[in-house]
Ligand binder design. Sequence first.
Ligand code: ADP
Length: 242
Amino acid sequence: MSYPAVELRQVTRRYGAKDTAVAALDDVSLTCPAGTWTAIMGPSGSGKSTLLHCAAGLDQVTSGRVVLAGRDITTAPDGVLTELRRRSIGFVFQNFNLIGSLTAEQNVAFPLKLAGIRAPRTDVRGVLRSVGLADRAAHRPRELSGGQQQRVAIARAMISRPAVLFADEPTGALDSHSAKVVLKLLRDMVRDNGQSILMVTHDPAVAASADAVVFLADGRLVDRLDAPATHEVAARLARLES
Ligand code: ADP
């Protein structure tokens, strides 16, 4: 049986003390089936980052459940959570978060090194080749363009073949051509490897690359579009922002 990649069941996340508490997420339920790409949209402050962080086990929910690849991470002991994060999850951020002193190849191998696994050089080269950077293996981040740095970050996230990739504005710092290249790589991950993506973006054209878009307002899931088109996404978002 294949589990959904991520499931949020009635998740509430409150910040702050009782009378000043803010519900960043308010009773949110969401299922992202394995092998699908879901975009999260909504006005600023609507809870997008909180949702991403709770789904990835980087933030603790106040109530409700988060089930990642069939494991309930809200009740998992720390050790299991660490292991799950290492094996099942990858991250891609707007600002790449590469280590400046390491080459592209060393950056890609870094998560495995942290886990005490010696990455075969051929694997690392193979992943770099798959993102079109075979000839940049020995370059450091400052010697690469933004688009190339993001492709190194994707290669780094792919090396452990995670079930779910969490992406926070992955094209936010890229020009439109580099953004297209990165979105195609993400699409290939989903189509060819059956991996899943949960992505926050504020760009309707980027969201339209996903299989589904869910919309947040004031911490609640208020809308959803499957097989989204850019103009539909833009129209729904404009309605929420007005
Ligand atoms: P978005 O990503 O959609 O801009 P966030 O998830 O960052 O929204 O924030 C949702 C709400 O929760 C906002 O009102 C924000 O001020 C609040 N919030 C987020 N993180 C914290 C925190 N660590 N402490 C207190 N309030 C927070």
